[in-house]
Design a protein around this ligand. Structure first.
Ligand SMILES: *Cc1c(COP(=O)(O)O)cnc(C)c1O
Length: 391
């Protein structure tokens, strides 16, 4: 074959050619719909943090390449945050790495830790970048499906145990979990930790929604369980916590050998990014507890608004314990295919949602579920709910 006759996108990435988000966002614009598809806030984060970014830029801090591991101010702030919130101590010089969002942290971690053919056990449905990053690293994904049980998507610990083989290199965990809104409990996390220790596995844990837990749910970092600190790569991000998703400031905390491995991959992806924003995020992480409490209360009210509205519109609603998202079952509406439902919804009701099936290898398991984001203004959510009720 000549070089132009062959498909341009290589085999590793062929299945990831286009995302549903592009299609649905285009549909939202074309139909004038309210876009509850993609998870970004429609209001920026704290004014003082925006001003901190402006100040850094004006003062010439971060306008040139920052240090590879991130500016010391931010690495110190990340370490202080882990200590203050969770009692986890990390050396800012050797155990913290700043990345271009959690997305780069995930990619760099998998590129660093996987040999071709290594298996990665991940919770399904999964955040869309996991499958692509595993593929880029030449790994094989092994999904463990979270199943609806008493109003919550639940991890079957026996299934998790059974998914681990001699080829398993790592467990890829996400809590609070996108898209289901599940927050893994202390007992579930303890069982995951025991399994990791018993089978001597590395664990990568995506905790970008650590501050978005509601009611009496509690976020407990996997790294805090016995035997886990030395084998766990914890991934965080400023985007969701401070409502600046465009800044793309994320981080990794882990033991020095793991951070060093991830840094080796990261230095050839972006090397560094977001210089002035790193200084602003350092200030954001040091905001008083009242910021985090207010943020959580505010988002919890939005969750209630959307979850209640969806239930009134006839959906079966999985009331999320965390994240930006509500997953709803469309079967009570007489529907069974989330793809068809979401493609028709803009015309029918002027609202855009995402079919959860895109987050599954087992498309059947995800077929009846759709995801709505509630990180939007109250009046936007009210209008969306109004439209859905009139459907
Ligand atoms: C949004 C999101 C990310 C990406 O975070 P960035 O910092 O914007 O790269 C990673 N994981 C999950 C589960 C997310 O929802």
């Amino acid at each position: 074959m000549t070089s132009t006759a062959r498909p341009y996108l290589n085999r590793r990435l062929a299945e990831f050619g286009t995302t549903i988000f592009a299609e649905m966002s285009a549909l939202a614009v074309a139909t004038g719909s309210i876009n509850l598809g993609q998870g970004f806030p429609d209001t920026d984060g704290p004014e003082e943090i925006r001003e901190a970014a402006v100040r850094a830029l004006r003062d010439g801090r971060g306008n040139q390449y920052p240090p590879g591991p991130g500016v010391p101010e931010l690495r110190n702030a990340i370490a202080a945050h882990q200590e203050r919130r969770y009692g986890l101590t990390y050396d800012p010089d050797t155990e913290v790495l700043v990345t271009a969002g959690a997305t780069e942290a995930i990619a760099a971690t998998l590129l660093a830790l996987l040999e071709p053919g290594d298996e990665v056990v991940a919770l399904e449905p999964y955040y869309d970048s996991y499958a692509a990053s595993i593929a880029m690293a030449g790994g094989r994904r092994v999904p463990v499906t979270l199943r609806p049980d008493a109003g919550r998507f639940t991890l079957d610990l026996d299934e998790l145990r059974a998914a681990v083989t001699d080829r398993t290199r790592l467990l890829l965990i996400n809590t609070p979990h996108n898209p289901t809104g599940t927050v893994l409990t202390r007992a579930e996390l303890a069982a995951i930790a025991e399994l990791a220790v018993e089978r001597d596995l590395l664990v990568v844990t995506d905790e970008v929604y650590e501050h978005l837990v509601f009611d009496d749910a509690e976020h407990i970092p996997l790294a805090s369980f016995p035997g886990m600190r030395e084998r766990t790569v914890t991934i965080g991000s400023a985007g969701k916590t401070f409502s600046f998703t465009g800044w793309k400031v994320g981080w990794v905390t882990a033991a020095p050998e793991l951070v060093s491995a991830v840094r080796s991959a990261k230095q050839y992806l972006t090397f560094v990014s977001a210089g002035p924003f790193q200084y602003a995020v350092a200030e954001a992480l040091a905001l008083p507890d009242s910021y985090y409490d207010d943020f959580r209360r505010d988002m919890s009210a939005r969750r209630d608004l959307l979850a209640t509205g969806l239930a009134e519109a006839g959906f079966d609603v999985f009331r999320p314990a965390g994240t930006y998202f509500v997953t709803a079952d469309i079967r009570p509406l007489g529907e069974k295919d989330g793809f068809a439902f979401c493609r028709a919804l803009p015309e029918r009701a002027g609202v855009v949602a995402i079919p959860n099936a895109v987050f599954y290898d087992d498309r059947e398991a995800g077929a009846p579920f759709v995801r709505f984001a509630f990180c939007k203004k109250e009046e936007v959510l009210r209008e969306a709910v109004e439209r859905l009720r009139g459907m």
